[in-house]
Design a protein around this ligand. Structure first.
Ligand SMILES: CC(C)(COP(=O)(O)OP(=O)(O)OC[C@H]1O[C@@H](n2cnc3c(N)ncnc32)[C@H](O)[C@@H]1OP(=O)(O)O)[C@@H](O)C(=O)NCCC(=O)NCCS
Length: 166
């Protein structure tokens, strides 16, 4: 689909979830979660693997779902999951995570650009998502990508709702 250096993006399939120790999405999620905990950030929402697998099965070109993996060799190093709502014409990003060893190398941006390209090609008007607010938190990443904070829900953690017209 798209290639930067040794990273390949392609639609995720059910078998990418993998078993423990298989370098699939499950292992990637556990690694990211450990890293987030060590960095003192809020834990990511628990994975709903059965739901993710259903969405991967249903990601037909005209359907609302899009799931992508970023691969280095045969290891999954990035994952994102989005829903292109044709009624509202707004795409909601549900999940995005990148392996800590390769964070800061443009993989998150690459996954986001691919989802945005799909959204634009389907006539969507905006992208939206929720992310932890604050310094060194995911909200800053999305703001770097041109998203604006629409609302902020204070708490532990404080959560931003972000949006970008496309
Ligand atoms: C957030 C995350 C997906 C970013 O992916 P990434 O591959 O590390 O990001 P990129 O390298 O593509 O960064 C793109 C730009 O955003 C910047 N950026 C990355 N994280 C940032 C942050 N927390 N705050 C501000 N800017 C950030 C980068 O410096 C880069 O800017 P540049 O292009 O000017 O150099 C990744 O850090 C991650 O998986 N975090 C843990 C899980 C998580 O929080 N997911 C989001 C849930 S909503």
């Amino acid at each position: 689909m798209e290639d930067i250096f040794s990273i390949t993006l392609r639609p995720a399939v059910r078998s990418d979830i993998g078993k423990t120790g298989q370098k699939g999405i499950r292992d990637l999620f556990n690694t990211v979660q450990r890293h987030e905990r060590r960095a003192g950030r809020a834990p990511l929402a628990p994975p709903a693997y059965a739901d993710w697998a259903r969405r991967m099965d249903r990601q037909i070109p005209a359907g609302p779902h899009e799931a992508l993996v970023a691969l280095r060799g045969n290891a999954v190093v990035g994952f994102c999951l989005a829903r292109h709502d044709a009624k509202t014409r707004v795409t909601k990003l549900d999940k995005l995570f990148v392996h800590p060893d390769v964070q800061g190398q443009g993989i998150g941006r690459l996954l986001m650009s691919q989802v945005t390209i799909t959204a634009q090609s389907r006539g969507q008007i905006a992208m939206t998502l929720r992310a932890e607010s604050g310094e060194n938190r995911a909200s800053g990443f999305y703001q770097q990508l041109g998203y604006s904070v629409e609302s902020r829900k204070p708490g532990r953690p404080t959560i931003d709702t972000l949006r970008r017209q496309i």
